[in-house]
Design a protein. Structure first.
Length: 362
């Protein structure tokens, strides 16, 4: 297969590209705008492979998308390009609307126009795989709110997004499904839980805590730190996504989770414990933990039921949270140059997403 991957220089996208080139015979056309979170250094290990091609393209540029489809003639699309940081969406939602909604629309139309030119056999085999998030579902009951068994997100869970980011991703999911129903365009949607692992831009919790701890900086925890997330090692996710694009059924949705529900404070304490072992200093790293005002509209709990992936596509995560987190911490210790290069001066791990409610008269 020849697979067009959007956002292939980003965190999850680069893991997908590396997986395909290193573990299959397929070819990849990687298109990425190279915003702050896109980094070609994450793909150095595959950049010279003859099956890998990079195009610096913004998915909001329809003319360039049409050129890419005509030039490379892919057999499938894996759409990962997105603005994805909740805090950034709170202070600057416009970019999220433009990239996640308008960009997805442009990509759908460019792909559909190309698909309509294909011969019957090739046309029937074509797939448009849209990669989304569990955040579109909103949040779930927290253990301190409900006794007994707690619900999980399933493929039938109703959408109830809380942030500009999750609302924009929910919108893009709806567009993809509408193109299937209205035009018969062969789409598949996946919704995943929180990813972590190597090559993660340090605005997100795990890399931010690792790098702050190594520099002796405060480790900020929103609210009480009791927000629960289901953590998925990024390389497990890449395997799952390839399973879906090659074996998944058109029109289906697949939830992909790590089976690792952890409170944010537990995650931070686990990182501190690993660092105490690998890079000991005079006092425990946990002494750097500090609590800050919570994020506006912060969802309290996410948790994925990925039993459909297991039953229908024979996928389960390989990494436990403990093994994956240790691998992640070790990777950041071993790749300080990458960490320095990806922080280009525009972001110094400061807090994002604060809003001035007083100024709005609230």
């Amino acid at each position: 297969m020849k697979i067009l991957v959007t956002g292939g220089a980003g965190f999850i996208g680069s893991a997908v590209v590396r997986y395909i080139i290193e573990n299959t015979q397929d070819s990849v056309i990687n298109i990425d705008k190279l915003t702050y979170a896109g980094n070609l250094e994450s793909l150095e290990c595959v950049s010279n492979d003859e099956r890998y091609t990079f195009e610096q393209v913004d998915i909001c540029n329809r003319t360039e998308l049409d050129r890419v489809f005509a030039t490379h003639q892919p057999d499938a699309v894996m759409h990962l390009a997105a603005e994805s940081h909740v805090d950034r969406s709170i202070t600057g939602p416009a970019e999220f609307i433009q990239t996640n909604i308008v960009g997805t629309y442009n990509l759908l139309e460019a792909a559909r126009e190309y698909w309509n030119t294909l011969t019957n056999t090739v046309k029937e085999a074509f797939r448009f795989h849209h990669i989304s998030t569990d955040e579109v579902y909103g949040d779930l009951p927290h253990p301190d709110e409900q006794e007994g068994d707690l619900p999980l997100f399933t493929e039938q869970t109703s959408y109830s997004p809380s942030s500009p980011y999750s609302a924009s991703k929910a919108s893009s999911d709806h567009l993809v499904r509408a193109w299937l129903r209205t035009y018969g365009f062969p789409t598949i949607v996946t919704n995943c839980s929180n990813n972590y692992g190597p090559y993660h831009f340090p605005e997100k919790l795990i890399p931010l805590v690792i790098l702050n701890a190594l520099e002796g900086k405060e480790l900020p925890i929103y609210g009480k730190g009791d927000q629960i997330r289901d953590w998925l090692y990024v390389e497990d996710h890449a395997r799952a996504l390839y399973k879906v694009v090659t074996e998944g059924k058109v029109g289906e949705t697949y939830n992909i989770g790590g089976h690792n529900e952890k409170q944010n404070i537990e995650v931070v304490e686990a990182i501190c414990s690993i660092l105490d072992t690998l890079v000991p200093k005079g006092s425990p790293y946990s002494e750097l933990i500090t609590y800050v005002a919570d994020r506006p509209g912060h969802d309290r709990r996410y948790a994925i039921d990925s039993s459909k992936m297991s039953a229908e596509l024979n996928w389960t995560p390989v990494e436990t949270f403990e093994t994956g987190l240790r691998k992640t911490v070790q990777w950041y210790l071993d790749n300080q140059t990458w960490c320095q290069n990806v922080q280009d001066g525009s972001y110094q791990r400061e807090r994002l997403g604060e809003i001035n409610m007083t100024a709005k008269g609230k």
